[in-house]
Design a protein around this ligand. Structure first.
Ligand SMILES: *Cc1c(COP(=O)(O)O)cnc(C)c1O
Length: 714
């Protein structure tokens, strides 16, 4: 196996690259420490990327470590843990479904956010998919992932001194990523072909190991393809509508073929968002070609298909014009014996049948097991799609909800992990969805918790300064950019974090609505407030880019006193520092457009309370004492009036509640009241909004029924 790893080391350390090529290391503290020990500087310079570290480390250094008994002991211990993990029989899945040996769940997603060394994600959807795979691995659920390689990844964000986002695409170096070529059962590199508009496109396949889960990634950049096709999978969300259609054909139809070519026989097919819904068409074709009738084929596809919808915004659903669909799918419908009318109807939205072929409509028609991603989003989705089931009352529309969560080992700060091990018990992570375990958070001494929070904050400030310094030294940033990037931030001041995609419905500039109220908050001599922003706008989203520009102009504004900062190039690496290091997490979406959101869950886990509009997950997460809700006025249809109203509420809460509580210290300098909220946030949010709870629900409510089993049938 290690043959396939470009980096392999001789002698006693030969399994280091095996560790580096399984992302298990990324959520296992001992494994992270092991790599850090090899070369702390390279570890930092590589942004915590062991594949790159092993490529760059000096052979001398490895020789020294090879002779170092302490290192060898550490190395052996990590390998032992790894081997136990990989072989572990006593998993949750084994206990719940002891006789279910032939289950494979195929999980399709256009993006996966696993680690910053694998840049194949843009935002929340991808992070959710990555966290889902990691948790499935931890629980022992037999899942395989299917997605895209994207040789150029998602773009890197650079902000010009004028405040404009520039999108920079760099081909990412596969040799620096834990990616290997996927092999078919005969040991040959796996590849498939997909017909597209009268031509054949060849697809090759890469593999990433995520604990016990394998993720397979499609790539069309192969010599046999014409240049245009080689570019098809180059970028995430990069092309025009036709490129996007081609990508979705590759993902859905090509994805099914890839799994077949790998010798896998999934019983359950999960489309995470409508991008991969064409997989149902390939399953339908398989059934027809196996001799089933139309009705039987539809029934079979519906039975084994799971679909998760992610957006309550009508424009968030992919819709392809009928002429493009005809161009690409006429051979398909002829082959399976459908009329164009029947075929195209599969993608019609009942409320706007002429709008085009809607991928969500297709997925809903073809899947018996469907969910939205928060309670509120489930409700909104049932309303949006009620007319697909005209005979059923809206509340019984078959779309349930499973609220998103986060993979705790991925998002927790090491120091916080340490603190929890001390006070919740060393096994706490095994029971992270058990509220009783989290109740012990109340027993953590306030002073210790506060001290860890301070360490987290200093780490964030150090990270910000080092990035600014590096940009300055590389002459990539001028003085203005260095200041706007947060070098004037005060490690003692109450620090608000706001980081997410700059989609306009998230209203990043809302807090600047009234400078007359904001400025006194920022510049209070004794109780200053500062705000750190980060996030990318989709390159084609002009209003989103303008929002970045607007926020950036405040970062440069002398009148703001350096209390506003914008961190470039938001990704998982930056996200970790932010959710772990700020004091409070702000979210101001225009309700009900935030389907769930997850960054606030990461923050809460690390002792950072939420200050957020009651939308998405927070609507069910807020319990009256674990953070602050921003009351919004839903009945205001005038957006400007709504913004003014919501901003007003936000200032009220900051002035009257948040700032006074944060700065109310006792004789030891500890904000007792604040710590109380921090504890409530951790205690109530962590067990509920984690992937352990979430993936168990997927298993019990969707996968088991789709695979035609229930735990009771064991
Ligand atoms: C968690 C995360 C997101 C999702 O955040 P939301 O709260 O859903 O907006 C997006 N991008 C990155 C890099 C993240 O880590």
């Amino acid at each position: 196996m290690s043959d396939s790893h470009p980096v392999s080391r001789p002698g006693g350390l030969s399994r280091l690259s095996e560790l580096a090529y399984n992302l298990w290391w990324s959520w296992t503290p001992e494994a992270r420490q092991l790599f850090e020990t090899i070369d702390p500087t390279l570890w930092r310079l590589s942004h915590h990327n062991p594949v790159k570290l092993l490529r760059d480390v000096k052979p001398d250094r490895l020789s020294v470590l090879h002779e170092d008994p302490i290192f060898i002991r550490q190395y052996s211990a990590v390998l032992k843990t790894f081997d136990q993990y990989m072989s572990r029989e006593g998993t949750w899945f084994r206990r719940q479904y002891p006789n279910w040996n032939d289950l494979t769940i195929a999980y399709f997603s256009a993006e996966f956010g696993l680690h910053n060394s694998v840049p194949i994600y843009s935002g929340g959807l991808g992070i959710l998919a990555g966290d889902h795979c990691k948790e499935a691995s931890d629980l022992g659920i037999p899942l395989v992932g299917l997605g895209f390689m994207y040789p150029q990844g998602y773009f890197h964000q650079h902000i010009t001194p004028e405040g404009w986002q520039e999108a920079q695409y760099e081909p990412f170096n596969r040799l620096d990523s834990p990616i290997t070529q996927a092999l078919d059962p005969s040991g040959q590199p796996c590849s498939v072909e997909v017909e597209m508009d009268q031509r054949m496109v060849k697809v090759m396949v890469w593999q990433i190991r995520v604990g016990r889960v394998s993720l397979y990634l499609l790539d069309t950049d192969v010599a046999e393809n014409v240049p245009r096709d080689r570019e098809l999978s180059a970028r995430l969300y990069g092309g025009n509508q036709e490129v996007r259609l081609c990508q979705e054909i590759l993902l859905g139809i090509g994805g099914v073929r890839v799994l077949r070519a790998l010798g896998l026989a999934p019983k359950v097919w999960h489309a995470n968002e409508g991008h991969s819904a064409f997989l149902t068409l390939e399953l339908y074709r398989e059934s027809i070609q196996a001799g089933q009738s139309h009705d039987e084929a539809i029934e079979r596809v519906r039975q084994c298909s799971v679909f998760t919808t992610h957006t309550p915004v009508p424009a968030g659903h992919d819709v392809f014009p009928f002429h493009l669909m005809t161009q690409y799918f006429q051979p398909y419908w002829e082959q399976v014996g459908l009329t164009s009318q029947t075929f195209l109807q599969w993608g019609q939205h009942p409320d706007s049948p002429d709008a085009g072929f809607n991928m969500t409509a297709l997925a809903l028609r073809m899947s018996s097991h469907v969910n939205g991603v928060s309670r509120e989003h489930g409700r909104v989705s049932r309303h949006m799609w009620r007319n697909l089931w005209p005979d059923i009352p809206e509340e019984r529309t078959p779309i349930r909800s499973i609220t998103n969560g986060i993979h705790i080992p991925t998002w927790i700060a090491p120091e916080m992990n340490h603190l929890f091990s001390k006070y919740l018990g060393p096994e706490w992570a095994q029971h992270s969805d058990n509220s009783a375990v989290w109740h012990r958070v109340t027993e953590i001494p306030d002073g210790e918790l506060w001290a860890v929070r301070q360490i987290q904050k200093r780490k964030l400030m150090g990270f910000i300064r080092e990035r600014a310094r590096a940009g300055w030294m590389q002459q990539r940033l001028d003085a203005t950019q260095v200041l706007a990037g947060g070098t004037l931030l005060d490690p003692e001041a109450l620090t608000i974090g706001f980081a997410r995609r700059f989609a306009t419905y998230k209203r990043a500039p809302l807090i600047f609505s009234s400078l007359a109220r904001l400025q006194p908050l920022l510049q209070d001599r004794w109780r200053p407030v500062q705000i750190i922003f980060a996030g990318k706008a989709h390159p084609a989203d002009e209003p989103g880019r303008r929002f970045i520009h607007d926020v950036y102009s405040f970062c440069k504004d002398h009148g703001m006193g350096g209390h506003i900062a914008f961190l470039e190039d938001y990704d998982m690496h930056v996200a970790k520092y932010l959710v772990q290091g700020v004091d409070i997490w702000l979210n101001t979406p225009r309700p009900p457009m935030e389907a769930s959101g997850t960054s606030g869950q990461k923050a809460a886990l690390n002792g950072v309370p939420n200050l957020s509009v009651l939308d998405g997950w927070w609507q069910e997460g807020y319990d009256g004492a674990n953070g602050w809700p921003i009351p919004t006025s839903l009945h205001l249809t005038d957006w400007q009036a709504q913004d003014a109203h919501d901003a007003d509420q936000l200032y009220n809460i900051l002035e009257q509640d948040v700032v006074p509580l944060f700065y109310m210290r006792d004789r030891d300098g500890i904000p007792r009241g604040w710590i109380q909220i921090v504890k409530d946030a951790i205690r109530t949010i962590a067990p509920q909004f984690c992937t352990r709870r979430m993936v168990k629900e997927y298993m019990e409510l969707l996968y088991a029924p789709a695979g035609n089993r229930s735990p009771a049938m064991r």
